[in-house]
Design a protein around this ligand. Structure first.
Ligand SMILES: C[S@@+](CC[C@H](N)C(=O)[O-])C[C@H]1O[C@@H](n2cnc3c(N)ncnc32)[C@H](O)[C@@H]1O
Length: 417
């Protein structure tokens, strides 16, 4: 029986959800990190799935390389858990992400076509503006700190910290905080946020009495400067708590606003639900589209995010913010006549209960923003069971050099499908 640490030579098959490629060792499936489809590789077995039914392995040596393989731009690639696709050409990363998205939509959502075209044609993953060939885009970073006070990232599947002197994925603003060039004794992790308006905040946890000196332009929430940063997107300014949610890629917020607006085509007087609204990105950006004869209800569980959302949209009396869990809010409120829904749930997705409430409500269209193709596929499956159709799915490469992707899907009810 294969043991952890064993070496195997494998022919690598297609990419799977989670960024691994699928291979077989006799009858056993092996999920291989740092491989590419079509390669022959020597791997080291790193762990086993439940009851040893499948294996996880990492590439030790590439025997036959894919034409899509390239030299990783970072010396820590392969060890650092921060990003897993540095060995892949950027265009090929996007094609692999599109393949994963299509596969999940097909397998979990039952889709064979979108908008009348087969998935291969209709579902793509596009670049967004704001990174530099896939680098320099992380505007929000959480560094882990090792026992010697050095900042870095946790190794894949481990608590061990890989100290890094610099990370090519972080934005110039994050790098300007010089966090990786300081020693952080007594600190477990450090959040660094570099906003689109040029503010940089550094938040160590736990906060210690003696912090290393930092550039004077950097704020340290709770010690010097405020606990939030100002972001700019969709033609508005946004207050966002340093630990609150905001898209990490500098081009993400505007790309998603445009995609959601294209799906919803909001009209004056319409009623929009912005579910999982964070600090109100979609509600605030689309408020002028529905106008003051329209109405927006925005729902979010985080007390802090709701506070920021209220401040962000104090000039928009037709936007109503509800501090609640979406599933409870939908069951406790009889929401009638919502024309439009945008939902942007965390990785776990909306789930059956939320989807069924929304499908029963039958808005004109739902824009589903997702950072996980599996939960998106599953939730689309619920919509299709109820006779809904999927008019479009657009993928966005908001996380270059990693296997992660974002997607925006348009769901249309049966009567209008
Ligand atoms: C992916 S973020 C989207 C935020 C926002 N739409 C944006 O683009 O900035 C998901 C948000 O859902 C919130 N959240 C998580 N579970 C929730 C729930 N059950 N009900 C309401 N909000 C929830 C999180 O606090 C987070 O702000």
């Amino acid at each position: 029986m294969t043991a952890i640490g064993d070496r195997l030579v494998l022919e690598v098959g297609d990419v799977a959800h989670g960024g691994h490629c699928v291979a077989r060792d006799k009858d056993q499936v092996v999920f291989v990190r740092h491989a590419l489809p079509g390669e022959q590789v020597e791997v080291v077995v790193t762990s086993k799935g439940p009851k040893g039914r499948y294996l996880f392995a990492d590439v030790h040596k590439v025997l036959t390389a894919s034409p899509d393989r390239r030299e990783a731009p970072c010396a820590h690639a392969g060890v650092c858990g921060g990003c897993d696709w540095q060995h892949v050409e950027l265009a090929a990363q996007r094609e692999l992400k599109a393949r994963v998205l299509r596969e999940q939509l097909h397998r979990l959502g039952g889709l064979t076509e979108v908008g009348g075209a087969p998935l291969e044609e209709s579902v793509q993953v596009a670049a967004v503006a704001g990174d530099h060939e896939g680098l320099g885009w992380r505007t929000r970073v959480r560094y882990a700190v090792d026992n010697n006070g050095r900042a870095g990232f946790r190794r894949h599947g481990s608590h061990l910290v890989e100290p890094v002197e610099s990370c090519p994925l972080v934005s110039q603003g994050v790098d300007s905080a010089e966090v990786t060039r300081r020693t952080w004794l007594g600190v477990d992790d450090i959040t660094v946020v570099a906003s689109s308006t040029g503010e940089v905040a550094v938040l160590p946890s736990p906060m210690v009495r003696t912090l290393p000196s930092l550039p004077s332009s950097v704020t340290v929430p709770g010690l010097r400067g405020r606990k939030w940063v100002r972001e700019s997107a969709g033609g508005r300014d946004w207050r966002v708590g340093v630990e609150g949610f905001w898209q990490v890629h500098p081009g993400a917020a505007d790309a998603l606003i445009d995609a959601v607006r294209a799906v919803l085509a909001p009209q004056p007087g319409e009623h929009l639900l912005d579910l999982y609204c964070g600090v109100g990105l979609f509600a605030g950006s689309l408020a002028a589209d529905v106008g003051d004869t329209g109405r927006i209800d925005a729902v979010e569980t985080s007390v802090q995010a709701c506070g920021d959302a209220r401040r962000n949209m104090h000039d928009l009396p037709h936007v109503h913010i509800h501090e609640a869990s979406v599933d409870l809010w939908l069951t406790e409120h009889i929401v009638t006549g919502a024309d439009l829904v945008v939902l942007d749930p965390p990785r776990s997705g909306a789930g059956r209960k939320v989807m069924e409430s929304l499908l029963d409500m039958a808005p004109r269209v739902i824009a589903y923003v997702s950072c996980d193709p599996a939960s998106l596929g599953r939730d689309i499956g619920y919509a299709r069971e109820a006779g809904w159709t999927v008019a479009s799915v657009r993928g966005f490469d908001l996380f270059p050099m990693t296997h992660h992707l974002e997607a925006v899907a348009a769901l249309v009810p049966p009567a209008r499908g």
